[in-house]
Design a binder for this molecule. Structure first.
Ligand code: SAM
Length: 851
């Protein structure tokens, strides 16, 4: 083994520099760091015993890595400079004194980990050194067995020599897991290797022979040198960790080439020797001389024989062939060399450098990947949040959110309806939204028919995903509205107004959908319509997406158009929705008059019909005819009996009752908007007629189809897509004046208080009057007395009653800390304490200063 110079350049490697940089006392620190990185024993340890600790770099690592308030004890032959959090002392670990000192420091504690990095001064006599080292290891193990806790860890440095295997055997007897490893910071040229023994068995009795160097190192037979490995696989260079083999202390060995020819074990010679010589010995060797002269002994053979240690497999083969030929020439018996099975006894210690490097690289790649994913996720979340914010600020429509990416629509999305639908649970889940979904389906159909979005994506899964997305958006919008309503009173008021306004807007399809009853009915309807479903193979899979109102595509008209023409105003106009038969036409003509009456009731009727099972057009017509007939009868009755007319009016004008009316029973209309005021002015001045007003009503806004549109969209439309009505300056001024007058009015509470006051005054006056009347009637009093008594009564009535003063009660003594009324105190009272007094004074001071 090459002897290394203590301060050779090789020693000042990167670990040395790194140790200097990091302030470790020795580069050995990194060995422990790397061992701990692999096995992680320090983090779990509360007590560590560091045997052979000088100069103390392992102790430094322990102090850094172990939990705070851990106990670290370092011992060495050499003095260790004191360091924080570490107990150090100087002692020989092989002595009883050292054992006792450790005991005195540990008291009753047990060590979780025992470290041993001891090494006697290596270099002079390797065999002796290695033996001492092995012995030192055994001594450290002895201490470990005494101080280690059950399940504890023992880490020791071992030199690979013939004592290595016996040591491993001993470790295996005492620990459940024994692993040998060479950390990257340990030099390759060094024969040191670290054995990490985990899971101390803590046997009650340990056979003393197990820790006795003599019996441990003598028990096992020496292994025979593996020459085959050296010859047949010379390229795999064995690291010089074994040191010298037993009895093999000479570094350079030479043998006569003739010996190689004669020997029965040529492999041993090739493996053990450095050179095969052709030099004649002093007393001469005939065989060698003959061999030297043989033509087979070529220059190449001679070169190979000159240095066996540098030969490769090819050269060894050449030498062996040469030997066989020479043996034939010399007449030695030849037998083919049986190539022994290559038993690689070299048992190279796994190259931890490489392994660690690969692991580190893998870890780096993993870290990189996960941080990249995290970044992406964060970005995605930020974007979503931004989108929602933008939506809340009305900067974007919710449909834009998440549309650019797979998101909830993608494969494996969390709430995919596809999987739910397989279990037929979708029907139940969507129960509440059935009507809405059906409307959506109808809308989709309509869109498809009219060519909108005719990309052919009517795929079932697409629909489900879209439904899901819409539901999510609806939910988001609902929660946004709730939140806004919570914090914004104005918004609440606006919403309430809107709802109130909506009541007068007539009936919209979405309103029907809101009623639970409707949903249920619609569901029943869906089952009725199952005939249609059966026709399409996919129908069973689409129980949610069905048009049940039956209004789409009637007579080739779009749903919106058919809705429009379904209004009563168009009833009786032949050829509009369907071509009625002649009989029907006649009936319609007959009913023309009745239709006028019907028109008044339009909203109610429409609502009623929508609430029902949504009959077909023909059915609607039948119903209408029946109603018309009954109306006709009613009309006839009315003509006969005036009393019944009143009754009918009452029934019909249920909603009108709510409307305020003036004394002369004209509607009391309160104009509160500038638009309405403008219109009123125009009507009053004759600039506009009622026909113009009706005509103006027919705009794109009048017949907006709100079917199946989400709330957020309708809200947005309401806000931004409303008709702009003209306002005149005069109307604006009038409204302003009106508002000013409103604002000038006292608020309700004040008005009520004033009224109460007035009422009380009136009561008092009444009382006074009565008393005065009595006095006037009293004959026993003179006029003067009467006058003075009445004037006294008047003045006392004008005086307000003085309230009883508030009694101040000090919260001290018996009153300290009491809750409620203190004992013996009647009437109004106020509890005070010294702190209150101080605070009052302080407040007064502050107020005074401010002045
Ligand atoms: C490689 S150094 C230890 C380095 C130490 N682990 C560190 O991190 O600084 C080996 C130490 O073993 C110590 N040593 C050798 N034989 C010893 C013994 N019988 N008792 C105590 N220490 C011993 C030597 O004094 C030497 O300081």
């Amino acid at each position: 083994m090459a002897i290394q110079k203590k301060h050779g350049k090789g020693r000042l490697d990167k670990w040395y520099k790194l140790a200097k940089e990091k302030g470790y006392r020795a580069r050995a620190a990194f060995k422990l760091i790397q061992l701990n990185k692999k096995y992680g024993f320090l983090e779990k340890s509360k007590v560590v015993l560091d045997l052979c600790a000088a100069p103390g770099s392992w102790c430094q690592v322990c102090a850094e890595t172990m939990p705070t308030n851990s106990i670290i004890i370092g011992v060495d032959l050499a003095p260790i400079k004191p360091m924080p959090k570490v107990i150090t002392f100087q002692s020989d670990i092989t002595t009883e004194k050292c054992r006792a000192t450790i005991r005195s420091h540990l008291k009753t504690w047990k060590a979780d980990t025992v470290l041993h990095d001891g090494a006697p001064n290596v270099g002079t006599a390797w065999v002796q050194d290695s033996f001492n080292q092995a012995e030192l290891v055994l001594h450290s193990l002895k201490l470990a067995t005494e101080f280690l806790i059950e399940g504890g860890t023992f880490v020791t440095k071992v030199f690979r020599s013939k004592d290595y295997n016996p040591l491993l055997w001993v470790f295996n007897q005492l620990f459940t897991k024994v692993e040998a490893t060479k950390p990257p910071s340990s030099r390759n040229v060094s024969a040191e290797i670290f054995v990490v023994c985990r899971g101390f068995k803590a046997p009650k009795r340990i056979d003393p022979r197990l820790l006795d160097p003599r019996s441990v190192f003598e028990d096992l037979a020496d292994p025979t040198p593996n020459n085959e490995a050296k010859v047949y696989n010379p390229e795999v260079k064995k690291r010089k960790r074994d040191g010298y083999e037993e009895g093999d202390y000479i570094q350079f060995k030479e043998i006569a080439a003739s010996e190689f020819i004669q020997t029965t074990d040529p492999i041993a010679i090739l493996g053990q020797y450095n050179k095969m010589s052709f030099d004649q010995p002093k007393n001469g060797d005939v065989a060698l001389a003959a061999l030297d002269k043989l033509p087979e002994t070529t220059q190449e053979i001679r070169n190979c024989c000159a240095d066996l240690k540098v030969l490769g497999r090819k050269e060894f083969k050449l030498l062996l062939k040469w030997r066989l030929r020479v043996r034939e020439i010399f007449g030695f018996p030849t037998k083919k060399i049986e190539k022994p099975a290559l038993v690689e006894e070299v048992a190279e210690v796994e190259n931890m450098d490489e392994e660690m490097r690969i692991q580190e690289e893998l870890q780096k790649m993993k870290d990189k990947e996960s941080s990249k994913k995290k970044k992406e996720r964060r970005k995605e979340n930020e974007k979503k949040q931004k989108d929602i914010m933008r939506m809340q600020m009305n900067m974007t429509a919710p449909m834009d959110i998440g549309m650019e990416q797979d998101g909830p629509r993608g494969e494996g999305a969390m709430f995919r309806l596809k999987t739910i639908d397989k279990t037929n649970a979708m029907r139940q889940i969507a129960k509440g939204k059935m009507a809405l979904l059906k409307e959506k389906e109808a809308q989709a159909k309509k869109d498809h028919d009219s060519g909108i979005g005719s990309s052919g994506e009517t795929d079932e899964s697409e629909d489900e995903e879209e439904d899901q997305l819409e539901r999510e958006l609806d939910n988001m919008y609902d929660s946004y509205r709730e939140r806004k309503a919570e914090i914004d009173a104005k918004y609440r008021a606006k919403k309430a107004r809107q709802e109130h306004d909506d009541e007068w807007e007539g009936v919209s399809a979405s309103e029907h959908g809101d009623s639970d009853d409707d949903d249920e009915e619609l569901e029943e309807d869906s089952s009725d319509d199952s005939d249609d479903d059966d026709e399409s193979p996919d129908a069973a899979d689409k129980p949610l997406i069905k048009d049940l109102d039956g209004t789409s595509n009637q007579n080739g008209l779009s749903k919106r158009a058919s809705n429009f023409f379904n209004q009563d105003i168009f009833q009786g106009i032949p050829g509009l929705l369907d071509v009625p038969s002649e009989e029907e036409e006649e009936e319609v003509e007959e009913d023309d008059e009745v239709a006028e009456v019907e028109a008044v009731e339009e909203p109610e009727e429409q609502e009623a019909s929508s609430d029902d099972d949504i009959p077909s057009i023909a059915e609607q017509k039948r119903q209408k005819k029946a109603k018309a007939a009954s109306k006709k009868k009613e009309k006839e009755k009315k003509e006969k009996n005036d009393f019944e007319v009143v009754q009918a009016e009452e029934e019909d004008s249920d909603w009108e009752e709510k409307e305020k009316r003036t004394k002369d029973s004209k509607p009391d209309i309160d104009i509160i908007t500038a638009e309405a005021m403008t219109l009123a002015h125009q009507l009053a001045k004759g600039e506009k007629t009622s026909y113009d007003v009706v005509d103006d009503g027919f705009t794109k806004h009048a017949f907006k189809d709100k079917d199946g549109l989400p709330d957020w969209f309708l809200d947005d439309e309401r806000q931004h897509d409303k008709p702009h009505k003209p306002i005149t300056k005069a109307a604006a001024v009038a409204i302003k004046e009106k508002l000013r007058a409103y604002n000038a009015r006292p608020i309700k509470k004040v008005a009520e208080a004033r009224a109460r006051k007035k009422f009380k005054q009136a009561q008092r006056l009444e009382k006074l009057k009565k008393k005065a009347d009595l006095l006037v009637g009293d004959e026993g009093m003179t006029e003067k007395e009467k006058a003075s008594t009445i004037s006294k009564l008047i003045s006392s009535a004008g005086r307000t009653k003085r309230k009883a003063p508030v009694k101040v009660v000090k919260a001290a003594g018996a009153n300290r800390g009491i809750m409620g009324r203190p004992r013996g105190v009647k009437g109004r009272y106020k509890m005070v304490d010294p702190r209150m007094k101080k605070e009052m004074r302080a407040l007064k001071r502050v107020a005074k200063k401010k002045r």
